[in-house]
Design a protein around this ligand. Structure first.
Ligand code: BJW
Length: 250
């Protein structure tokens, strides 16, 4: 991480009230949750079309559920890392702080973030394909695959957003509202290729917000970010937090 850029970022953030953060799989990488597109990413081993689309679920719900059950088992014992914890602390540092995530792992909530806007759903929730009812089920492994609704007997599916599916309109509207009204947006650990999530920082920038990106690798957003902090979220965020708190309480 470039020290000057980090102190510039702290300088920008220290005077602000409305700060939004958009996170992606990279923030959970240091907790041991695999990302999607990196060298060890899930999409290197598995094809998205056969596992994360409504068509895949329709043609082979058991296969899709085996994959999600495996991922639930992987995430269950995982703990939040310093990156998650710093962001949980920031909800009390800024008067208007919002946390928008593409992650389905629930680690922001586990680290103490009270309000998390989950764009792509939550892997711990199951939804009845007939009734649309959503329930939280933490048991892993699931006793029966594919699971079925106890009320109507129809299939349950993971309450996540697959490719080609619309995001929850209320969730998306809130995310765009927060993006267009924040004074700065931090974009942490996302490849910035999946839309509509990848449009949020551009919406923030168009509305005049500073965009600060944290990622070990450049992304399609990097050329348009005001500040790019190269490094791991679990290291950059604690360093940024220290600089920010020094400025706020010298
Ligand atoms: C670290 C790190 C460390 C590593 N610290 N960083 C416009 C243009 C083109 C295409 C589209 C478009 N609009 C819509 C589309 C189609 C599609 C799309 O975007 N496709 C692109 C891939 C081309 N979008 C959709 O289909 C969306 N739906 C939609 O638009 O519907 C329209 C519609 C309207 C009305 C009716 C019907 C339809 C839905 C997208 C759903 C995405 N779902 C997934 C799966 C969720 C469930 C699950 O987990 O199983 O969401 S796919 C996957 O990608 C997951 C993630 O949330 C998402 C984003 O990935 P993310 O978080 O960026 O992770 P990675 O792995 O890509 O990147 C990790 C990053 O971390 C890397 O940069 C690393 O360098 C970094 N890193 N270690 C910090 N320690």
């Amino acid at each position: 991480m470039n020290e000057k850029s980090a102190s510039d970022a702290a300088g920008i953030l220290s005077g602000l009230e409305r700060v939004a953060v958009l996170t992606g799989a990279g923030i959970s990488a240091e907790s041991g949750v695999p990302t999607f597109r990196g060298a060890d990413g899930l999409w290197r081993q598995y094809r998205a079309e056969t596992l994360a689309t409504p068509e895949a679920f329709e043609s082979d719900p058991k296969l899709v559920w085996e994959w999600y059950d495996w991922r639930r088992g992987l995430i269950a014992p995982v703990e939040p890392n310093p990156g998650h914890r710093i962001l949980a602390g920031w909800q009390d540092l800024f008067a208007g702080f919002s946390l928008i995530t593409q992650n389905v792992d629930g680690l922001h909530a586990k680290s103490g973030s009270r309000e998390v806007i989950e764009l792509h759903g939550n892997i711990w929730k199951l939804r009845c394909v007939r009734e649309g009812t959503v329930s939280e089920v933490r048991t892993t492994p699931l006793p029966r695959i594919p699971p079925v609704c106890s009320s109507c007997g129809a299939l349950l599916r993971p309450h996540v957003v697959w490719f080609g599916e619309a995001l929850d309109p209320a969730v998306l509207e809130r995310a765009f509202d927060l993006s267009s009204s924040c004074q700065a947006m931090l974009v942490v650990g996302t490849s910035s290729v999946v839309h509509p999530a990848a449009s949020l920082p551009r919406t923030a920038a168009r509305a005049g917000a500073a965009v600060i990106e944290i990622n070990p690798e450049p992304t399609p957003l990097t050329p348009d970010a005001d500040i790019f902090l190269a490094g791991k979220a679990g290291q950059v965020l604690p360093a940024l937090d220290r600089l920010l708190r020094e400025r706020r309480c010298p």
